[in-house]
Design a binder for this molecule. Structure first.
Ligand code: FES
Length: 580
């Protein structure tokens, strides 16, 4: 930790708009004064943009308008000038074809909203899955002082006396209906019980994982990840975040000061300990690409290997985010990692101090929820990176969500050319498939879907489910919801639509998976694989115009974060020329 605060006072970037007596300054101040702002707010104090992903169509962030008022209060208290800015909000549960296609669009638009406007610092108000990485990517590219505050998870769902988790139980109930173990009417009744309060998914799904990643990276105040959305302490967190950003601007504490290689390694290890979502792999690779850190898939395997998964939360465990918060939340996990020598203790955070200082004195209030290492849920919770002739640039698997008996498996491939082919045939009783087969899904990667949908955890065929079988090996170039589970190989790279070997797998081929050996192998000769690849032609649809076209032309592979190639890197915060 080598951060040295900048001298204060000094001229801030907002003064390029609001400072002085020129015609342009009068123009900029005058127009903003139509909102009723007195003269002294333009005196050189930090102007803070509250970048808010509130939207009624992003229900997980539907309370962020109210939460923003507390952020604003904190900024006023600290002597800043808060201005709330609505930004692109991609809801995981609503956006089609998939919210992931819009993560980069959101990042691009937020980056320009930050750079093109008179703000000295930003509060990133996030919650639903893609909103967290997209705003962090934007902040990394502008390098304007920024701090994350999450909306927080929903309260536990309850249905017929049992706690039910958002997402995870939806998948379970859906499979139970297909297996004839649950009625459709019961499924409908459970609908509103699963998601009963404001907030993001209450499992350790992607939203909770990314909130945890923001905290482990040092981009949010300590304790931010787990406070429930409707708990009064979430509003306190928002207010404290507002206070903090003002000092960060004065100190010029930037994303590039916080987002170091050490911070990313801390986050990867944290993801292993919490049993976090595979989506974190793609998002952290993309954020690292923005800030110029050379993070790779191999770093995920190396840093996450042999880190016990100690957080007992769905989908890999039992409890929900509410219990995680009551147990002490992420600071307890970070303390555990630190005690085990697995945390870069001096990594800088938005607090201005070392991450260890924030967590070293916390206590664990429930050792069933945050387990001691000798009672870990799995010995190694890290994301596994598989390689082989089927995934030359890698594929990922979450062992804590997988079945131990399938970690080494050889089976006959049953291939679905795309998600429509899968949907058309999976319930066909005549489909030649049993539980020993390997389900393969193509054309669901960043280019192919397009956008890389969360369809990798394909539901099993009903005839297999009726035998009481709940898991099979599944391989695709898709992603999987962080709330999902199963022996699911994801992000296979290069993707099928880019001509990766996945594109030429045929039904009846034999596939081997060996998690311990990190191997994913298509059992055909090198010659035959080369011949098939030479004869391959793309089958996925290409958009002719619009953002989908831009995305398909420029999106990179999942193995490097699926960013748009022209958005990688830091472009800085230089103030452009005036328009008048
Ligand atoms: Fe928004 Fe899960 S769908 S957090």
């Amino acid at each position: 930790m080598t951060f040295k605060p900048a001298p204060w006072p000094r001229k801030l970037r907002s003064q390029h708009w609001y400072g002085g007596t020129s015609r342009d300054a009068i123009y900029h101040r005058g127009w903003l004064k139509n909102q009723g702002h007195p003269d002294d707010l333009f005196d050189g104090r930090p102007v803070i943009g509250i970048l808010n992903t509130w939207s009624e169509l992003t229900p997980c962030n539907g309370h962020l308008d109210e939460l923003a008022r507390k952020v604003k209060a904190g900024i006023w208290e600290a002597g800043g000038f808060p201005l709330e800015v609505p930004v692109f909000s991609a809801s995981e549960n609503t956006f089609r074809p998939t919210a992931m296609m819009f993560r980069n669009l959101a990042a691009m638009s937020v980056e320009e909203a930050m750079r093109g406007q008179p703000i000295d610092g930003a509060v990133l108000m996030v919650g639903c899955d893609k909103t967290t990485p997209s705003l962090m990517m934007a902040a990394a590219s502008t390098d304007i002082p920024s701090i994350v505050v999450s909306g927080g998870p929903m309260l536990n769902g309850w249905w017929r006396g049992k706690a039910v988790g958002a997402g995870t139980h939806l998948w379970q109930f859906s499979e139970a209906v297909k297996a004839g173990e649950m009625t459709q009417d019961d499924f409908l009744e459970a609908e509103a019980a699963v998601t009963r309060s404001a907030g993001s998914c209450n499992t350790m799904g992607t939203a909770s994982t990314m909130a945890s990643m923001a905290e482990a990276l040092g981009m949010a105040l300590s304790g931010n990840a787990a406070i429930p959305a409707v708990d009064a302490r979430r509003r306190v967190m928002a207010q404290l975040t507002g206070r903090r950003i003002v000092q960060m601007v004065k100190d010029d504490l930037k994303p590039s000061d916080v987002l170091t290689r050490q911070a990313f390694e801390n986050a990867i290890r944290t993801n292993a300990a919490i049993g976090g979502s595979t989506n974190a792999v793609i998002h952290l690779l993309a954020i690292a690409g923005r800030v110029g850190i050379d993070l790779t898939l191999d770093d995920w395997d190396r840093c996450g290997r042999d880190i016990p998964m100690i957080v007992n939360l769905q989908p890999s465990g039992h409890y929900l985010m509410e219990e995680f918060f009551y147990a002490g939340g992420l600071p307890v996990v970070l303390k555990r990692l630190g005690e085990a020598g697995l945390l870069h203790k001096d990594a800088l955070t938005v607090s201005g101090g070392a991450i260890w200082d924030d967590v070293k004195d916390v206590r664990n209030w429930n050792e069933e929820v945050i387990r001691p290492a000798d009672k870990a849920l799995t010995r190694s919770g890290g994301i596994v990176v598989l390689k082989g002739n089927l995934a030359p640039r890698g594929a990922v698997l979450k062992p804590s969500a997988a079945s131990p008996h399938l970690m080494k498996h050889r089976g006959r491939a049953v291939v679905f050319e795309d998600i429509d082919d899968y949907k058309a045939r999976i319930e066909d009783e005549a489909l030649d498939i049993d539980e020993t087969c390997v389900m393969v899904l193509k054309n669901c990667g960043p280019k192919g879907y397009p956008g890389m949908s969360e369809v990798g955890n394909m539901g099993l065929p009903p005839k297999v489910l009726r035998k009481g079988i709940t898991d099979m090996v599944r391989i695709s170039d898709a992603r999987m919801s962080g709330t999902a589970y199963g022996t699911v190989v994801l992000h296979t790279s290069p993707e099928a639509a880019a001509g990766g070997p996945l594109a030429v797998v045929r039904t009846g081929d034999v596939i081997e998976i060996d998690v311990e050996a990190r191997r994913l192998h298509l059992d055909i000769s090198d010659t035959e694989l080369a011949e098939r690849l030479a004869a391959w032609t793309p089958t996925h649809e290409m958009a002719g115009s619009g953002y989908a076209w831009l995305h398909q032309q420029h999106v990179e592979g999942a193995d490097t974060g699926a960013d748009l190639d022209f958005l990688r890197g830091k472009r800085g915060r230089a103030v452009g020329r005036d328009s008048h």
